[in-house]
Design a protein around this ligand. Structure first.
Ligand SMILES: Nc1ncnc2c1ncn2[C@@H]1O[C@H](COP(=O)(O)OP(=O)(O)OP(=O)(O)O)[C@@H](O)[C@H]1O
Ligand SMILES: [Mg+2]
Length: 338
């Protein structure tokens, strides 16, 4: 029997940093800027880092590091990247019996291009600084279907953690939520772009079955239809819609959480950061780990925050995730309750 099973993507990430990437102003791009390289030239890469990512495996990594009996359900391609993902999960102590190797697509890859100009600076300054663009090959994670899920074998799991299920995999979102509800499995959900976009009505219809909903500010606005700057109204709506705990993360602004009775707020500790990939996953899975162990919302906020702070000190979504019992040297976030 597992404490927690995660669903969501499994990717390989390649971080490429070069001083030769140029930022060009151009009306060709929505942002008005592009990252450019000289055509017909060879340019030097200063730093090349291979890591893994994807919400499903990032969160599984946190749970396993917190000594919870964890498995990941998902697909990888029949290739070196897929084998590397499985090897890493095993090393972390995540069960891989339910990871399927598929021929439907290759393992997802993200190539993160970082131009100079940052991004090492105080976390409270947000995401300005060094420009980056990400090349995404979506791959196998988009092809999960109902037959890939070993329903009988996961029926007795205590918790499911669902991060985004995109592409064809989005069709499994509702059946997984309903299966959890029918089998008394507790459910944490960090919805992805499809759940918040084309399938928003499906998500809205399922909010009553979710024990912990984790979203960022923009996502909270999409769900409630209320501007995230109007936090009191937004949480009023959240309390109507969500029967469990609603968590709204605010990037460098910290987090606000409602358990239906009280609203908890906390900021982030003073720290620099190197790479914010995986912050949302580290926070969400850190928060849920504490709740699984029977901790309070305050403790969950404090650990989620420090798990996120720790992972953004290193390149790679899983690097820096905290092992059980460790909190790093950061000040614990002060939680105010109203
Ligand atoms: N720039 C930052 N500096 C410090 N902490 C951060 C920063 N960004 C995020 N965090 C931490 O991570 C948590 C989640 O971040 P955020 O609200 O950006 O989630 P998200 O938008 O879902 O992230 P992701 O893009 O990883 O999905 C925050 O509550 C905070 O604790
Ligand atoms: Mg997120």
């Amino acid at each position: 029997m597992f404490d927690v099973i995660t669903f969501g993507s499994a990717t390989r990430d390649i971080f490429v940093r070069s001083k030769d990437f140029k930022i060009l102003d151009s009306s060709e791009f929505v942002t008005g800027k592009g990252i450019a390289v000289e055509a017909g030239s060879k340019l030097k890469v200063d730093e090349l880092i291979f890591a893994s990512g994807g919400g499903g495996t990032n969160c599984a990594a946190t749970f396993a590091l917190q000594c919870l009996h964890t498995a990941y359900v998902g697909l990888v391609g029949d290739d070196g990247g897929g084998r590397e993902i499985i090897r890493e999960l095993q090393e972390l102590g995540v069960g891989t019996a339910f990871v399927k190797v598929t021929n439907r697509a290759q393992t997802p890859y993200s190539i993160i291009l970082s131009a100079p100009g940052g991004p090492v600076r105080h976390a409270s300054q947000g995401d300005a600084g060094g420009e980056r663009s990400i090349l995404v090959y979506e791959g196998a994670s988009h092809f999960l279907n109902l037959q890939d899920i070993p329903w009988e074998k996961i029926k007795k799991t205590k918790w499911f953690y669902l991060s985004g299920l995109a592409g064809k995999s989005a069709k499994t979102f509702k059946p997984i939520v309903e299966f959890a509800a029918e089998n008394g499995i507790k459910l944490a959900v960090n919805p992805g772009r499809d759940q918040l976009g084309k399938d928003l009505d499906i998500l809205l219809g399922l909010l009553g079955k979710i024990d912990i909903l984790i979203v960022n500010q923009e996502e909270a606005s999409l769900i409630t239809g209320i501007d995230y700057k109007d936090e009191p109204e937004l949480f009023k709506k959240f309390d109507e819609l969500v029967s469990g705990i609603a968590v709204m993360s605010k990037g460098a602004g910290g987090v606000a959480v409602s358990d239906g009775q009280k609203i908890y707020r906390a900021g982030i500790p003073k720290s620099d950061y190197i790479d914010r990939t995986g912050a949302g996953d580290a926070f969400g899975s850190g928060f849920v780990s504490v709740i699984i162990y029977g901790g309070t919302v305050e403790q969950a906020i404090q650990f989620g925050t420090v798990n996120a702070t720790s992972t953004i000190q290193q390149i790679g979504a899983k690097s820096g995730l905290l092992p059980k019992g460790e909190w790093g040297s950061w000040e614990k976030a002060e939680v105010t309750i109203t």
